[in-house]
Ligand binder design. Structure first.
Ligand SMILES: [Zn+2]
Length: 120
């Protein structure tokens, strides 16, 4: 296990995660991920693997369709930091671009065909 620190662009929303060393990312073809273009953590993290440090008022929540997924972002700079997944409710992924230590342009990634995946 390794601990990584991440933050949104303006620094209002910070997080730290405990996970396996990050050597791969995940991209997704669904309607929101396609627009964000984000490289996400491939590991779906349990709640106790992620700690968010922020004033709750600074964190925005966006939901759509089934409203199973919780997409969080900084209300000041607009950056998506983390989300609770629709595929694995109770599990989280983070925006790897928020982690300085991770070079998202040097990482391999898997693609999840979220566009053709429907939650139950
Ligand atoms: Zn921010």
């Amino acid at each position: 296990m390794k601990t990584y620190q991440g933050s949104c662009h303006c620094g209002a929303v910070k997080f730290s995660i405990d996970c396996k060393p990050i050597n791969k990312g995940l991209r997704c073809t669904c309607s929101i991920c396609r627009r964000k273009g984000t490289l996400m953590s491939s590991e779906a993290l349990d709640k106790d693997q992620i700690r968010i440090t922020a004033n709750p008022e600074d964190i925005g929540l966006y939901q759509f369709d089934s409203k199973k997924a919780h997409h969080y972002f900084c209300k000041h700079c607009g950056i998506y930091t983390h989300h609770e997944t629709a595929r694995y409710p109770g599990k989280y992924r983070v925006n790897l671009g928020c982690i300085d230590e991770v070079d998202t342009f040097a990482l391999d990634f898997d693609v999840f065909d979220g566009r053709n995946w429907m939650p139950d």
